[in-house]
Design a protein around this ligand. Structure first.
Ligand code: 5RP
Length: 227
């Protein structure tokens, strides 16, 4: 699996050119991409490339690997954003947010000229929600009310608990995460909009109609899916 992640991360470098502003995603696959991109910058094979991180993880990795970092509010445009995903359906709709960075990821990826997604073949599904819950970032005081509200959608929601901290996961924005399991997601775009309409929801992990290109690592090489 690590080899497939490395292969897609290497392939993604072909999309990066001098003078680009690059959105840097979160997760283990993007971590390889950040490492390889940093190497090209340090070796001066790429010039004037800046990274806009989607999380503290991406920011730390970028700094560690020599990528000049800028904030979203310091750039006029983002040329390309590169990020992983937890599920990809045949229409390139995604579930993201296992790493709890979905809000900044969506803001940056929505703004990018091209949103390039890096996955291995285990992430491909026929229908979103088949394997993974939909993460929802919520204002802490509202978590229980929102969890109850979500039952209206024939779903169950669980507060995500931290592993190396007592209590719930707290996102980079200071919020909680609910992981919602839906019985059946018929229309991802519709559900994405409806979830964001619940007061107290900051953002949810359905990324419908945002991805432009998906690179899929398979045992037979890297395959490209495009809308
Ligand atoms: C973080 C994310 C990640 O991009 C997603 O979970 C994929 O991660 P990985 O490449 O480690 O499988 O959405 O919020």
């Amino acid at each position: 699996m690590e080899e497939l992640k490395k292969a897609v991360a290497k392939k993604a470098l072909e999309f990066i050119e001098d003078d680009m502003v690059v959105g840097l995603g979160t997760g283990s696959t993007t971590a390889y991409f950040i490492e390889y991109l940093g190497k090209l910058i340090m070796e001066e094979e790429l010039e004037d490339v800046y990274g806009v991180p989607t999380s503290y993880q991406a920011r730390l990795l970028a700094l560690e690997n020599g990528i000049p970092v800028v904030g979203l509010d310091e750039v006029d445009a983002i040329d390309i954003a590169v990020d992983g995903a937890d599920e990809v359906d045949p229409h390139l709709n995604l579930i993201k947010g296992r790493g709890a960075a979905l809000t900044m990821e969506k803001i940056i990826e929505y703004r990018a000229g091209t949103f390039l997604v890096l996955v291995d073949e285990s992430k491909l599904v026929e229908r979103l929600g088949q394997k993974m819950p939909v993460p929802i970032e919520v204002i802490p005081a509202a978590w229980r009310a929102i969890a109850e509200e979500i039952e209206v959608f024939n779903a169950t929601a669980e507060l995500r608990m931290a592993e190396k901290k007592d209590g719930p996961v707290v996102t980079d924005n200071g919020n909680f995460i609910l992981d919602a399991r839906f019985h059946h997601i018929e229309d991802p775009l519709d559900l994405e909009i409806e979830l964001n309409n619940i007061p107290g929801v900051v953002e949810n992990g359905i990324f419908a109609d945002i991805a432009d290109i998906v690179l899929v690592g398979t045992k037979d090489g890297v395959k490209r899916m495009e809308r």
